[in-house]
Design a protein around this ligand. Structure first.
Ligand code: ADP
Ligand code: MG
Length: 276
């Protein structure tokens, strides 16, 4: 069942589509599979969605529903068995600097490089910037995430939250067409997680990027996203798409927020509801 966004959250149009340049990423009827020696595991079934410039588009679903696989396919690491993924009208055929991924793990920063070197290195390699230009841009984005004073520190001296900030700065410095995030805050403690969600929203306002964000947390999806794609349990199919831009950090605990959480929970886990 695919619910109509307007019927879930009335009185809210699609602000992102209106505010920006149009369709950026198109995922059309995508099936994704893993072929092991014994069997074929279908990760997603017939998934379609569009991401518009300036969106904070969230893929939400239970563990194992194929969210990471979908994100990897958008990143170009995995090829769909059928269907297509295109960015700016071009079919995605492999990884590229126009799509950068921030992962959940804290060890995504090479430990032998300083914070500044971690952020500057991909700029020199992929963007062919000089050392001076790369360092300048790296420092600019480190300032954005509040870590300029840690430019010369090594990753092992940083907290988990700080490491994720560096990973975000490194990704944003590349100025990708879409920033891809796979449960980037899931390994953080609850308070840090909330803080990081807030910072991500602030960054989005300041830097103005397009985000494709994966989470299994309904609350996180509502806070971070302006649009949410609900995926059913394994294999992931589209359950519904809905608008959520009316929520922010301040919404936690409010009754309308809690009502939306309950409604999404129902859509995700009560198989029969859609058939009625
Ligand atoms: P999610 O990120 O939503 O938790 P994944 O995309 O990681 O889900 O996985 C989707 C499905 O694909 C799961 O059933 C998982 O067991 C399976 N899967 C993931 N990676 C592999 C792999 N490398 N080989 C075989 N099956 C895999
Ligand atoms: Mg995952």
């Amino acid at each position: 069942m695919v619910a109509n966004p307007a019927s879930l959250f009335p009185n809210h149009g699609n602000e992102a589509a209106a505010a920006t340049s149009g369709k950026l990423l198109a995922v059309e009827h995508v099936n994704l599979e893993y072929r092991t020696r014994e069997r074929i595991v279908r990760a997603t079934h017939d998934v379609s969605f569009d991401v518009y410039g300036g969106d904070r588009f969230v893929l939400l679903g239970p563990s194992g529903c194929g969210k990471s696989t979908l994100l990897k396919a958008v990143a170009g690491f995995i090829e769909p068995t059928s269907g297509s993924i295109s960015l700016d009208g071009q079919i995605v055929r492999g990884p590229g600097a126009d799509r950068i991924v921030v992962f959940q793990e804290f060890d995504q920063l090479p430990p032998w490089k300083t914070v500044l070197q971690n952020v500057a290195f991909p700029l020199r390699v992929a963007k062919k910037l000089s050392r001076v230009q790369a360092n300048e841009r790296a420092l600019h984005y480190l300032e954005k995430v509040g870590l300029a004073s840690f430019a010369n520190a090594y990753p092992h001296t940083l907290s988990g939250g700080m490491k994720q900030r560096v990973a975000i700065a490194r990704a944003l410095a590349m100025q990708p067409r879409v920033l891809l995030m796979d449960e980037p805050f899931a390994a953080l403690d609850a308070l840090t997680r909330r803080k990081m969600q807030e910072e991500l929203l602030r960054l989005w306002e300041e830097v103005n990027f397009t985000l494709l964000f994966v989470t299994h947390s309904i609350e996180e999806a509502l806070v971070v996203g302006n649009r949410i794609l609900l995926l059913s349990p394994h294999p992931g199919r589209v359950r519904a798409e809905l608008n959520s831009h009316q929520y922010s950090q301040d919404s936690f605990g409010r009754t309308d927020f809690q009502r939306s959480v309950a409604r999404i929970h129902h859509l995700l886990f009560e198989e029969t509801e859609g058939a009625q």
